[in-house]
Design a protein around this ligand. Sequence first.
Ligand SMILES: [Fe+2]
Length: 434
Amino acid sequence: MGCQYFDPCDHGADSFTIAIPQVTFGRGCLGEAGARARGLGMSRVGVFTDPWLRDSVYFATVMDSLCQSGLDSAVFDEITIEADDASVVRGAAFIADGNFDGVVSVGGGSVMDTAKASMLYGLHPVQDFLDYFAPPLGAGKPIARDFLPHLACPTTSGTGSECTSISVLRINALQTKFVLANPALMAQQALIDPACCASLPPMVVASTGFDLLCHALECYTARAYTRWDRIDDPMKRPLIQGANPWSDLAARKALEIAGEYLDRGVNDADDLEARDQLMWGASLAGMAFGNSGTHLGHALSYGVTHLMQDVSTDGYAVQSPFVPHGISVAVSAPAIFRYTAEAAPERHFEAAGYLQSDLKGAAPADSGEALAVRLIGLMQKTGVPNGLSGVGFAPADVPALAASSSRQIRAIANSPRETNLVDIENIYSAAMRY
Ligand SMILES: [Fe+2]
């Protein structure tokens, strides 16, 4: 492939596989839900949403549309703001008992991730919940491909879950999140209506916006797919396969959107152009990282989610301790890209340019600093807490944070720079305050 970053390596992969759902995007397109569900062969639909959205106009639009298309449905809304194993166990029972021939999810990442995993555990039960997770956490049990058709309708502009084959779940007993990734988990269709973002509070737009930004930035700077080992069985090629020409394409545009519209979309709820663009950027970033994987930004966020104490976030009706996903990623991001840039300076330099960093007089060797400065500036403009100290951590917490995040083995291995436990501790120390 004609890009230096993807030059072939001994024993490295020489092919990549791309998967995305059929995507519909536009204001008002939620009204197509019934026709699209019927087109996917559904007659009795299991609808996933959360208790906050159940009274919303967006949910009502989807239900009216399903009804007008003559579809029978039942609703599951017992979903927490961060998808967890307890919600999935309940959702799996809903699927197993519901006699459904399709699923429609209406909500943010938690709702869509719960819907995906509920189908897995409801249709293909296992003895131990962790059996489907990768070792050493779980048994790495193969995932059957026969799922119900799924129409995913996102209501926030961040996770991109409508376009990925990933479900991120909090395992309550372990107090942190882990990733289920398998092509079978991908929705057949995504119905993306940016009107859903009109009433989101600024901090929700900031958190989800940094999530999309970091998806794209981690994806663009991830280890090249040619530096992952070649796969003998093509059916076992993972979608978390490293940066590749497809993920570059979508990540590049998502970075441009974040650079242009994140500040505007957070600070002006009436800026419809910005909010529409952020919704499109989130889906593009999902199509990108869903086919490459993220790296240290997401790996290190899980230590934050695991060990947070006595912290809450404006705009989220959730009891302390709670740090929303996008904020947990953002707080370490400047320190991470200062660290990773030396392994792929040109990539980081290009990404800094797409994000509208100030590159006057700068060279690729300066790209980590340029990216960090741009990220810190965006964090300040959008009210994101100032580093780990802004979400309640102190230097004494660093060893525990690093030990927790070091369990995210695949994401850490997707970093462009080889990263060990001491490196992770150093990054967390540098991320305390900017
Ligand atoms: Fe994320």
